[in-house]
Ligand binder design. Structure first.
Ligand code: KIV
Length: 263
């Protein structure tokens, strides 16, 4: 059964923890979907992880559309969340809606955007038009140039501001909110205060769900990774070893063997 926003509301009520993973291609999306991952985020982290940019800021709407469509083709039951890239929703609520609608037409079931009170008008416009919206607070990578070197957000009085942003997003209609790189106590406090589900990444165990970037989880991302990353595999070594074995096999004449040839 396809995952909907009603499922997240039910999980929140039952205090059932859930996960979200990023996905950028159809093949991986299908594997994750079949593994039972309920939410696939086509994050603008595709800029760093697939396109080789230094940050998420250069990612364009056209790039987001291509990757969102690919993931949507691979997913069966998972909810596909398309990320609105930097510059696609800040100018006006009308433009935000137009770009969110493009992601939905490409196959997204929901959209995500960064920012709290400043993004509330855009959220309202989208949700009123029937597009489920996920918010994103705390360290919001699209604002990296403004943040400077400090990654952890919401310490001290900043925590009250973040809570006010979360409440504004909920009020505007967000069905869930990602909390990135905030103190664990704040993650728990915001989660308690909200009726909608929080999804943490470096926001402690008190959040309703947890999200990781797929390349971090699989051990593809080179060191150093942020403190919150837990690697569940070491694909960097696996891929390097497979490529080295292939090279050796060819050099030594072991590949292709008789079973790999046409006659
Ligand atoms: O783009 C992304 O991958 C994200 C996650 C870190 C939540 O926004």
């Amino acid at each position: 059964m396809p995952v909907t926003t009603a499922d997240l509301a039910a999980w929140k009520q039952r205090r059932e923890r859930f996960v979200m993973l990023t996905a950028y291609d159809a093949l991986t999306a299908r594997v994750l979907d079949e593994a039972g991952v309920p939410l696939l985020l086509v994050g603008d982290s595709l800029g760093n992880n697939v396109l080789g940019y230094d940050s998420t800021i250069p990612v364009t709407m056209e790039e987001s559309l291509v990757f969102t469509a690919a993931v949507a083709r691979g997913a069966r039951n998972a909810m596909v969340v398309g990320d609105l890239p930097f510059g696609s929703y800040q100018a006006s609520a009308a433009e935000a809606f137009r770009n969110a609608a493009r992601l939905v037409k490409a196959g997204a079931n929901a959209c995500k955007l960064e920012g709290g009170r400043r993004s509330a008008k855009a959220v309202r416009k989208m949700t009123q038009a029937g597009i489920p919206v996920m918010g994103h607070l705390g360290f919001t990578p699209q604002s990296a140039n403004a943040f400077g070197r400090r990654v952890v957000r919401g310490r001290g009085e900043e925590g009250d501001e973040l809570l006010a942003d979360a409440l504004a997003l909920q009020e505007a209609g967000c069905f869930s909110i990602v909390l990135e790189a905030v103190p664990a106590e704040l993650g728990a406090r915001v989660t308690e205060a909200l009726e909608v589900a929080t999804i943490g990444i470096g926001a402690g165990p008190g959040c309703d769900g947890q999200v990781l970037v797929i390349t971090d989880l699989l051990g593809l991302t080179p060191d150093p990774t942020p403190r919150f990353v837990k690697r569940y595999a070491d694909l960097r070594s696996t891929i390097a070893e497979a490529a080295t074995r292939f090279t050796k096999d060819v050099a030594e004449g072991h590949y292709p063997g008789p079973e790999h040839q046409y006659h």
